[in-house]
Ligand binder design. Structure first.
Ligand code: ATP
Length: 457
């Protein structure tokens, strides 16, 4: 059931740039508790993934950093958290009922189903070496609506079909008037939200890259029609900088403007921010000029006027909307790919290091007593640190092995409590990237570590 397949057509450029095979990353993620198949003991369920103890920290750190940049640090953006299920009319107004589909084909030989625009370069599994023709035998392409539905209500007769939202932005549009008035916001301003979205993808693949349940962090920015180009440029640059700020190197990022035939029929402009995965350049975020499509359609379908009046000029207009829409799961995957490194050390030793930016690292500090005999004071030290940032206490195995374990999950600092610590009131702080060790006083340690973490190591 679980399709954990990795795209066989992984690009040369992607493979050359990344030292790891996707399979290696998938194994590391499962072994260390970042990400593993949902319902794994039942064989998994295609397109669904669970985040383990480290994965949830990494993903939460990403979401919190997004919220900080997009809401807390902006006077012109407010946040919401809306229901996953909306009134069914929402999806008629948005155009999803009629248009949210991908072309699908079936192979008559192996019965496998594919997205017609994403056929992998592979042989049909129903053929053997003896067959002269080993290609798939496809049916005509037909449209397949990607929305997942559910029934609301107790009895079959009275129940209504509702959809799990395929994108998080529509309740932002339907709630536009309420948010604008309650938050006393004037155009230009934005509404942001982070939450789950669901798409019945025909071929979920490439690990979490294309899932059926995923999270989006979206911001809809409403402006006067005369300012839409200016704001589109602003948000594209602002969002690109965000990806640099979470530690992704410029050489792994690019923007790609959509060609005219790729644009949604209502869109004026759209740029993708792409990341170079081992399987090639792929979209992690979209910046879209959606025009006044959404507010106009919700005005039409609800009968509630969503246009506004400029208080000074008395001009009546429908605001234009610039959207920034980033996939939290795809960006988490990009962070994992970008962070991975495998190093040769002196003496022929190897170490795997996840070089996460400290803001994103799932564990910030590991507290390691040199011997189990020092467990009591080391645990007490851990207790003073764990209220400030996520820590891990580990007293199992030799110290070198424990450092390696922390390197492998990207912990920026290890604090070692040894037999001298009782007397000199100091501990050894080891840095993940340089492996430098420094003897520092326990007094003031928490502030010292926090300053280093905030400064980006
Ligand atoms: P694609 O063309 O790859 O299917 P899209 O253009 O349909 O993506 P959008 O509708 O613009 O994607 O969604 C915004 C963001 O949501 C994407 O950039 C991506 O990061 C994320 N996203 C969309 N679909 C999925 C999915 N099936 N699994 C994981 N993330 C997704």
């Amino acid at each position: 059931m679980s399709d954990t397949s990795i795209d066989a057509s992984s690009s040369d450029e992607g493979r050359k740039r990344h030292p790891l095979a996707m399979e290696t990353l998938v194994s590391l993620c499962a072994a260390r508790g970042f990400i593993y198949p949902a319902s794994e003991i039942y064989g998994g369920i295609a397109g669904f993934w669970d985040y383990g103890p480290l994965g949830v920290e990494l993903k939460n750190n990403l979401k919190q950093f997004w919220w900080r940049r997009m809401v807390r640090e902006r006077e012109d953006v407010v946040g919401v958290d809306s229901a996953i299920i909306s009134h069914p009319r929402t999806w008629e107004a948005s155009g999803h009922v009629d248009n949210f589909s991908d072309p699908m084909v079936d192979c008559r030989r192996c019965n496998k189903r594919f997205r017609a625009d994403q056929i992998p370069d592979e042989k049909c599994s129903a053929t053997t070496k003896k067959d002269a023709d080993r290609s798939h035998d496809f049916t005509e392409a037909r449209d397949f609506n990607l929305m997942l539905s559910t029934q609301l209500g107790a009895s079959v007769d009275e129940s209504t079909t509702a959809f799990l939202r395929p994108e998080t932005c529509q309740p932002i549009f339907s709630g536009f008037k309420r948010v604008r008035e309650s938050a006393r916001q004037k155009v230009p301003f934005g509404i942001a939200q982070v939450g789950k979205a669901f798409r019945n993808e025909i071929t979920p693949r490439n690990f979490t890259f294309r899932s059926r349940e995923f999270e989006q962090a979206e911001m809809e920015f409403f402006c006067h029609p005369s300012e839409r180009e200016k704001w589109f440029e602003h948000w594209r640059e602002y969002r690109l900088q965000f990806h640099r700020d979470i530690g992704i190197d410029d050489s792994l990022l690019r923007t790609r403007p959509h060609a005219a035939d790729e644009l949604a029929h209502y869109a004026n402009a759209a740029d993708d921010i792409e990341f170079l995965f081992p399987f090639g350049w792929q979209e992690i975020e979209g910046i879209h000029d959606r025009g006044d499509w959404d507010l106009s359609r919700h005005t039409e379908y609800s009968g509630k006027e969503l246009g506004i009046t400029d208080e000074q000029t008395k001009e009546r207009f429908m605001p234009m909307c610039i959207e920034t829409s980033v996939g939290i799961d795809r960006t988490t995957l990009a962070l994992l790919v970008a962070a991975y490194s495998n190093e040769q050390l002196e003496g022929g030793e190897e170490r795997t290091v996840m070089r996460f930016h400290p803001t994103l690292a799932p564990i910030k500090v590991a507290v390691l007593p040199l011997s189990k005999k020092l467990a009591e004071p080391a645990k007490a030290l851990n207790k003073t640190l764990c209220g400030l940032f996520n820590t891990s206490y580990d007293d199992a195995g030799n110290i070198g092995r424990r450092y390696r374990r922390q390197d492998e999950v990207g912990t920026p600092f290890c604090v070692t409590y040894d037999f001298d610590s009782e007397d000199d009131g100091c501990v050894t702080v080891r840095e993940r990237d340089t492996m430098n060790q420094e003897r520092v006083p326990i007094e003031g340690l928490a502030n010292r570590l926090r300053d280093r973490l905030e400064a980006g190591l």
